[in-house]
Ligand binder design. Sequence first.
Ligand code: NAD
Ligand code: DAU
Length: 367
Amino acid sequence: MSSLLITGGAGFIGANFVHYWRRSHPDDSMVVLDALTYAGNPENLAGLEGQEGFRLVKGDIRGFDLVVSLMRDHDIDTIVHFAAESHVDRSIHGPDEFIDTNVVGTHQLLKAAKEMWLSGSGRPHRFHHVSTDEVYGSLAPDDPAFTEDTPYAPNSPYAASKAASDHLVRAYHHTYGLETTISNCSNNYGPYQFPEKLIPLMLINILNNKPLPVYGKGLNIRDWIHVEDHCRGLELVLEKGAVGEVYNLGGNSEKRNIEVVKTICSSMDDLFARDKDLAKRCPDAPPAQGEPSETLIAFVSDRAGHDFRYAINSLKSSRQLGFLPEINFEEGLAATIAWYLDNESWWRRVMDGSYRDWLSIQYGSLD
Ligand code: NAD
Ligand code: DAU
C-alpha cells in the first residue's frame, strides 16, 4: 500500500491519472495538491471527493510548509508531480508564471521531499516528475526520434521551464540521493483536456461554428498519445523504473497538424450524418446545416519559434518496462470526440472567464 501526493491532479493528465490509479490501486491513498488555476477543475475528480483515502487540497506547490505538512500528515511515500503551467502559447505571451510554477515550484517540492524523506534514517520513497518531449527541441523531417540521450534544446519559455525542472530533479538525485524518476512524454489527448489545446479547441469550435485556427501551413508534426496510455506508462515507471532514470513515453503516432484537424472535421461530419439529434443539440455546427466542417479551417500567423516536429523513441521504456501504447489515434480520437459531445456542460463551464479573456487576446481577429 502506498500513499501518493499528486500535484496538479485536478488538471487534464493529473485527473486522468488519479482516476486510473484509483481503479488499478484501490487500496492506495491519494492526496491531490492543486492550485486550481484556470486549468484545474475539481469537477475532473468528480466521484472521488468524500471517498476514504482521497483528499483534494487547494494549494500551491510553491508552499514549502504546506507540502511538508501534507507529506507528514498523510505519510506520503510517493510524489507524482504533474502541476505546471502547460500551454506553450501562454508561455510566449507571459513567461513569468511558467518560471514561478514550473521551476521555482518544482524546486520547493524537491526541497520538501528532501526534508521529509532524507533527514533522519531515510525511508523508501519516489519522486516522479512528469515531463515533456519539448525539452529536446525540434526535429527536421528525417531526424531520428528523441531518445533519452538526445541533448536538451528547449525552444519555448514553457519548454525551457520544464527542462530546468528536469535538471533540478536530476540534481537532487545526483547530489542528495533523492529517489527520482523522470518521464518525457509526447502530445496527450483525451477527456478533461482544457480547450486551448489543439484537439479540444478544434472540435469545440466546430460545434460553435467558430474558425479553426491552424498555425502557419499546418505542416508541423506532433506524436499523439492517448492520455490513458500515458497513465499506463507512468504506472510502469513508478512500479518498474530504476531510480535516477529517465524514460521517454510516446504514442508512435506522428501526424501533421492539418491532418489532425481534417480528421476531426470528417469525424464530426460523419457523426452529424449518423445522428440526427446532434443537429438539434448543436444547430450552429456547419454539418448541422449540411456544410462540411472543413469550411471553418483558417490558416493564421504561425506560433513564434514554433517547433517543427516532435517524435519519441520509446524503445528504452518498452524494453525495460514493457511499455507500449495500446490506443490507436483514430479510436482514441473518436472516443475523445464522444466524450466532449457527452460533456458539453463541462467544457462550457471551463470556457467561461479567463479562457475567454485569453482567447480574445490571442484570436481577437477571429472571434
Ligand atoms: P494542465 O494545464 O491541464 O494541468 C495543470 C494542473 O496544475 C492544473 O490542475 C493546475 O491547476 C495545476 N497547477 C498549476 N500551477 C500550480 C501550482 N503552482 N501549484 C499547484 N498546482 C498548480 O496540464 P496537463 O496537460 O495536464 O499537464 C500535466 C503535466 O504533464 C505538466 O507538467 C506538463 O508539462 C506535462 N506534460 C503534458 C503533456 C500534454 O500533452 N498535455 C505532455 C507531456 C507532459
Ligand atoms: O509535446 C508535449 C507537449 O504537447 C506538452 O508538453 C504541452 O504541455 C502540450 O500543451 C503540448 O504542446 P503543443 O504546443 O504541441 O500542443 P498544442 O495543442 O498547443 O499544439 C499542438 C500543435 O497544434 C502545435 O504544432 C501548434 C498547433 N496549433 C495549436 C493550437 C492551440 C494550431 O495550429 N492551432 C491552435 O489553435
